[in-house]
Design a protein around this ligand. Sequence first.
Ligand code: FAD
Ligand code: AMP
Length: 481
Amino acid sequence: MADKYDVIVIGAGPAGYHAAIRCAQLGLKTACIDKSLGEDGKPAYGGTCLNWGCIPSKALLDASHKLVEARDKFADLGIKVGRVAADVPKMMEHKAAVVKQLTSGVAGLFKANGVEDLPGTGKLLANRKVEYTPHEGDSRTLEAESVILAPGSVPVEIDAAPMDGQYILDSTGALEMEKAPKTVGVIGAGVIGLELGSVWSRLGSEVVMLEALDDFLPQVDRRLAQDALRTFRKQGLDIRLGTRVTGTEVKNRKVEVSYKDKEGDQTLKVDRLIVAVGRRPFTDGLLSADCGVNLDERGFIYVNDLCVTDAPGVYAVGDVVRGPMLAHKGMEEGLMVAERITGRKPVVNYDAVPSVIYTHPEIAWVGRSEDELKRSGDACQVGSFPFAASGRALAAADAEGSVKVVTDPETDRILGMQIFGPQASELIAQAVIGMEFSASAEDFGLTMFAHPTLSEAVHEAALAVHGHAIHVASRKRNKKK
Ligand code: FAD
Ligand code: AMP
C-alpha cells in the first residue's frame, strides 16, 4: 500500500516550501521532497534561494559594500579608520553561517507546521502518484490528492564556455571563491552577472563584463539604465556591450576568452570566468512519460494563470513555470496554489511583481516603464525626483540616482515605478502596495511620509507627476484636469 497524503510538494525552494507550509497550516496532510544537501552533507531546504542564490549573494554584496564604504567613504564622513582590507575566508564563513541558519530554519518550520520532510528525489508518475527515492535506501511510491511541482531552475551553460568548476564557474562557484582573483571575466551583464561582478570588483578583482546585447539592462527604464551604466563603470566595472563570447580555452592557469564585437574578433585573458547568461527550468528526471504534465517550447512546465498543469490535480510553481525567475514570485504562486487546493480563490497579480538588482545603488522596478508604454502607443504621465534633492540621502552621503513614477493620464493610477538609488529594494514595496490598491499619484501625494527619509523621494516623485514636487524646480504646473 502506498503512503497517502493530501498534498505532496516536490522541491523545497521558496516556491515549494511556502506551498508546503501553507497546505499544512490549512489542515492538509503534507509531505515535501527535496534533494538538496548542504556542505555538511545534511538536507538543506530552501532551494537555490537559500543555498546558492538570493541569500549567499546578498551576504557577500552587503559585506563587500561595507568594505567599500569603510575604505572609500568613511573619511569624508569624519571617520578615521586604519588600513581596511578584505578577509574573504571570513566573509565566506559569515555567508555559510547565514545559509546554515536559514536552511535549518526551514526544516524547523516544516516541523512546527507538521510538514513531513522527505530528503531525496521525487518523480511524478501517472494519477498523482510520486516515486520517492531517499538519498540512501530504496524507492517507494507515494500517493496524493494533489501534487505541487517546484523543482526550480539551474544555470544555463553555453558551448562557448563550458563550466569546469575551477577556472570557468557558474553563479554557485562564483559565490565560493576563497580569494579575489586578480582578473575576473563575467559573461552576461544581467541581474546575476552584475551582482557577482560587483562583489568581486569590490573585493579587489579587475572585472570585465561581456554582454551580447547593445542595450544595457533592456528591461529597465532607459534613463535609469544609462545612469546605472555610467555609475557602475565609474565604480570600476568594465562593462563591454555588444560583445558575444564565441569560445574559451584554459591555458597556463588562465582563461582565454574569444569574443566578437563590432570591430571584429577579440580576446581577453582572465584568472577566472563567471558564466551568468541566465537560468533554465530544471525538470531532469522529474516527469514520467505518462504523468500527463506538458512542457512548453522553452522547457517550462506548461501551466495556466492559476499554476494548474495539464494533469488533473497537479500544479507547478516557481522558476519551473513562465514568468520572472524570482523567489517572491514563486512564493506567492506556492501560497496561491495551497489556498486554491482548499477552496479559497486568491490569484497572483503578475502586473505587480517587483524586480531588484542589488548593486550599489540598487535598481528596482515594478509595473510598466515610460519606454514600454511609449513603445506600445499608450499614453502616460511621468514624475521623477533625484536623490540629490533628498535631505536624508545627502545626510547619509548616498545621494545618487532617482525615482520615477509612471501614471495613467486619464485615471492618475500608478502604472509603474522605477528606482535607481539607495535602498531601492525597500522603497519599491511602496509602489507595489500602491498598485495592489489601485492608488493614484494623488493618493501618494496626499499621504504623509516621515521626514527625513528616503521614502520622501517616492512622495516627491508622485507629486512631480503634476508638477508639484517641492524640492525641485519644475516647469510642469497644474497639469491635472
Ligand atoms: P529553487 O529555489 O531552485 O528550488 C528548487 C528545489 O527543488 C531545489 O532544492 C532542488 O534541489 C529541488 N529539486 C529539484 N528537482 C527535484 C526532484 N526531482 N526531487 C527532489 N527535489 C528536487 N531571486 C530573487 O527574488 N531575489 C534575489 O535577490 C535573487 N538572487 C539570486 C542570486 C543568484 C546568484 C541566483 C542563482 C538566483 C537568485 N534569485 C533571486 C533567483 C531565486 O533564487 C529563484 O528565483 C528561486 O530560488 C526559485 O525558487 P523555486 O522554489 O522555484 O526553485
Ligand atoms: P539574465 O538573464 O538577466 O541573467 O542575463 C543574462 C545575460 O547574458 C543576457 O543579457 C544575455 O544577453 C547575456 N548573454 C547570453 N549569452 C551571451 C554570450 N555568449 N556572450 C555575452 N553575453 C551573453
